[in-house]
Design a protein around this ligand. Structure first.
Ligand SMILES: NC(=O)c1ccc[n+]([C@@H]2O[C@H](COP(=O)([O-])OP(=O)(O)OC[C@H]3O[C@@H](n4cnc5c(N)ncnc54)[C@H](O)[C@@H]3O)[C@@H](O)[C@H]2O)c1
Length: 435
């Protein structure tokens, strides 16, 4: 029952990623290996999950691609920008996430993915000192150069469509500043005036992508597209935006575990989350101004699931703390600890401990794949602006806070939203059941 309103996924899809670090190189290697039948894209819901359509005797369980037209892995072409000049092969080797034997079979293809010069400002990530950057450009000149990069890439690779995703380092925290971020006109004026304080380099990428007719995904917690000016641009260009921050390890656990406490009507006194992490992401986040961006994103999860106003006896004033500690020996193999102080019948206290020994980029790569492919789908379905159905994949899902809209962080509500949007785009009826 293909919906006539969704354009088919014909031709090549260019996935241009900002940042060719651990996540991006792991993602690219995996897609190229899967394409050759040498690895399995585990964790990608597009590749594995099924959606029920219809009810009773008519019910069927279909793969996402059987419900809606989604680009095939073989049609993807990769591009990237990075502060460092290493190609995707060298970047994957440097990251040490994957073993050499899992990288070598696609070495030739990886070596051809050479990062373009980054739109970068050292003040937004002080721990980085690469020289593959645009030199002496104002914010507006960065935008123009990035737009040219996208056009060139599209033409040289014969791409039908482009998606731009940010998987670069977390920038310093840029709070929403109404006089600049409030409207598209004020944002453009600030870019032209080279306002380096309020215009983060990531905003130049997003602005360029949307103007070139490409959806934009924010995989870090940066404010970038989470401002009214960008929502206006997304509406003007009729392009989808998604963000913020890939929901990979600890926050995935949190958004899945908090509903257990909430649905059982148990109380919460405190939730302490800490991590050790030793990759370049960890190094950048060791800088307090960069960590602040992450902290804001990570803290938002619990408050919208266990809500004090709705259950004052259970969730009044709980203590929620998140820490990330840079610890080089672990590299990409992050270890997270959660200590949860709950209380039950008559207020008696109990504790839950969760120790997650994860691999950051192994968890993030399939999210990046699904987000890119589903944003491309959304664009072909004529959807634009914030794509709330992608909240499932994101730590701090975007929502229109100027209209008092609240984010949906509850993992299972997010799952219903995701499946219903796909059902709707596929011409099927939405429903609330989880199966
Ligand atoms: N891995 C996870 O589980 C996870 C989860 C959520 C979010 N993230 C976010 O994803 C991002 C990437 O993570 P990673 O582990 O790959 O980090 P990484 O440090 O390995 O890679 C990031 C790359 O971005 C580049 N970069 C920085 N600023 C840039 C700019 N302005 N233009 C172009 N390139 C730029 C850096 O040079 C670096 O190579 C981080 O922001 C991280 O916080 C990761």
């Amino acid at each position: 029952m293909a919906n006539q309103n969704v354009k088919p996924a014909e031709g090549k899809l260019g996935i241009m990623v900002v940042g060719l670090g651990a996540v991006t190189s792991t993602f690219m290697v995996g897609v190229l290996m899967a394409r050759k039948g040498l690895a399995k894209p585990v964790g990608s819901m597009i590749e594995y999950d099924k959606i029920r359509v219809g009810k009773g005797d008519d019910k069927k369980y279909l793969k996402y691609r059987e419900v809606v037209p989604i680009a095939e892995l073989k049609d993807i072409v990769f591009g990237a920008w990075d502060v460092y000049p290493a190609d995707a092969y060298r970047s994957a080797m440097y990251a040490e996430v994957l073993k050499e034997k899992d990288i070598e079979p696609v070495r030739d293809e990886l070596e051809k993915i050479v990062p373009m010069k980054a739109a970068f400002d050292h003040n937004f990530a002080k721990r980085l000192d690469g020289d593959n950057i645009m030199v002496g450009k104002t914010r507006w000149e960065m935008v123009e150069q990035l737009r040219q990069d996208i056009r060139n890439f599209k033409q040289e690779n014969g791409c039908d469509r482009i998606v731009v995703a940010w998987a670069a380092s977390t920038e310093i925290y840029v709070p929403v500043y109404e006089p600049v971020h409030g409207t598209l006109a004020s944002l453009e004026a600030a870019m032209k005036a080279d306002d380096k304080e309020h215009i983060a380099p990531s905003m130049c990428y997003a602005y360029a992508a949307l103007c070139e007719g490409a959806p934009f995904i924010m995989g870090a917690p940066n404010t970038t597209v989470d401002i009214p000016a960008m929502w206006e641009l997304a509406e003007k260009t009729q392009m989808p935006i998604a963000g913020k921050d890939f929901k990979t390890g600890q926050t995935l656990v949190k958004s899945g575990f908090a509903p257990i406490i909430g649905t059982r009507c148990l109380g919460l006194n405190g939730w302490f989350s800490t991590n050790i992490l030793g990759n370049r992401d960890g190094l950048v986040l060791d800088e307090p101004a960069n960590f602040r961006t992450k902290e804001v994103s990570k803290l938002s999860t619990l408050e919208s699931i266990l809500v004090a106003d709705k259950q004052p006896d259970l969730y009044n004033d709980y203590y929620h703390k998140v820490r990330i500690n840079y610890y080089p020996p672990r590299n990409d193999n992050k270890e997270g600890w959660d200590n949860i102080d709950i209380f039950g019948w008559m207020g008696y206290p109990m504790q839950i401990k969760i120790n997650f020994l994860c691999r950051d980029s192994i968890l993030a790569a399939p999210l990046l794949l699904d987000l890119c492919l589903l944003s491309d789908l959304a664009a072909r379905a004529g959807r634009f602006g914030i794509q709330r159905f992608l909240s499932f994949y994101l730590k701090s899902p975007m929502h229109d806070y100027t209209q008092n809209e609240v984010p949906v962080n509850h993992l299972f509500q997010q799952y219903v939203m995701l499946k219903n949007a796909l059902r709707e785009m596929g011409g099927y009826e939405a429903d609330e059941e989880i199966d």
